[in-house]
Write a protein that binds this ligand. Structure first.
Ligand code: SF4
Length: 297
């Protein structure tokens, strides 16, 4: 069985110096806030209480979260609200496209809450969002960060039909800790999703995944997860420190040093990942534009 402590009311420890983040440094933060409000868009930056929120919005970037702000799952690490979702907003893909245009994003990341209440898990809403973004922003790299869609072929194919450049699905944690960390998701199902995407698309698309570290995983478990991801052809990797978003979420077991993140990055590159982002504040979409697919002009 997993060995995490129960999450209930676990006090949050003091952060080490390398995890302290600066406050916004430009007017761009306010502009980003105003634009998102005007277009009635949700972001995972806010909903998941991302520690890079100030920095990314001050750079004029954000990660759009479509299909509402209520998730049908209740993962122990995630601050997104769990509740009965509202119906899909048919105009949302157009507003995501418009925000991408106004923010002049050369790389957009679109994620969503898990919508297990929908037969396709929200996959067609992703397809429509990708198509709308491309129609208005033909030179923008489009990255989707998707839930597991319960590994349904039709859902995966719906997203792929819109030809995103990067298909990101997070493994989140090592095999042993998955049942305690992720609600409903399984380690093997996530690997299966990534395997299917690579089998269908080959080198025409990059697959990407990531892990949160600091939940109590051992070195060898992290290396096993990296090898498993390479085993399904995953191209791009992110590794970051798990931070407890509220006292009701899983506690941090350990703060991983920047040096250890670097060691994992070196090992990942040796395993053949095309691009690796590894550091305490790295998140799936943090500085996502630093990897530019060679196939995109
Ligand atoms: S790292 Fe990603 S989720 Fe976090 S603030 Fe930046 S764009 Fe948003």
């Amino acid at each position: 069985m997993p060995t995490l402590n129960p999450p209930a009311l676990t006090p949050r420890p003091r952060l080490p110096s390398w995890l302290r983040t600066p406050l916004p440094s430009s007017d761009t933060y306010g502009h980003t806030r105003a634009l998102l409000d005007a277009l009635r868009l949700h972001t995972v930056c806010e909903s998941a209480k991302c520690p890079n929120h100030w920095e990314c919005w001050s750079r004029g970037t954000a990660t759009f979260m479509i299909a509402g702000d209520r998730c049908t799952r209740a993962c122990g690490f995630c601050a997104v609200t769990t509740a009965k979702p509202l119906p899909l907003d048919a105009d949302e893909p157009l507003r995501v496209a418009e925000a991408t245009r106004r923010m002049r994003l050369r790389h957009v990341v679109i994620t969503a809450v898990a919508r297990d209440d929908l037969a396709d898990g929200g996959a067609d809403h992703f397809r429509r969002s990708i198509e709308a973004v491309r129609a208005l922003n033909p030179h923008t790299v489009i990255e989707v960060l998707v839930p597991d869609f319960l590994d349904k072929d039709e859902a995966i194919d719906a997203v792929l039909a819109a030809q995103p450049h990067i298909f990101n699905h997070n493994l989140e944690t090592v095999r042993r800790l998955t049942p305690a960390v992720r609600s409903r998701a399984t380690y093997d199902r996530s690997l299966s999703v990534l395997r299917k995407v690579k089998a269908r698309c080959g080198d025409t698309l990059h697959t990407k995944s990531g892990l949160m570290l600091g939940l109590g995983e051992a070195d060898e478990e992290v290396l096993e997860a990296l090898a498993d991801l390479r085993g399904v052809g995953c191209d791009l990797l992110t590794l970051g420190q798990y931070l407890q978003p509220t006292i009701h979420h899983l506690p941090v077991a350990e703060f991983i040093s920047p040096e250890r993140f670097q060691r994992y990055a070196e090992r990942a590159r040796q395993l053949g990942f095309v691009h690796v982002a590894s550091g305490p504040l790295v998140r799936s979409s943090y500085h996502a534009d630093e990897f530019h697919p060679p196939s995109v002009a």
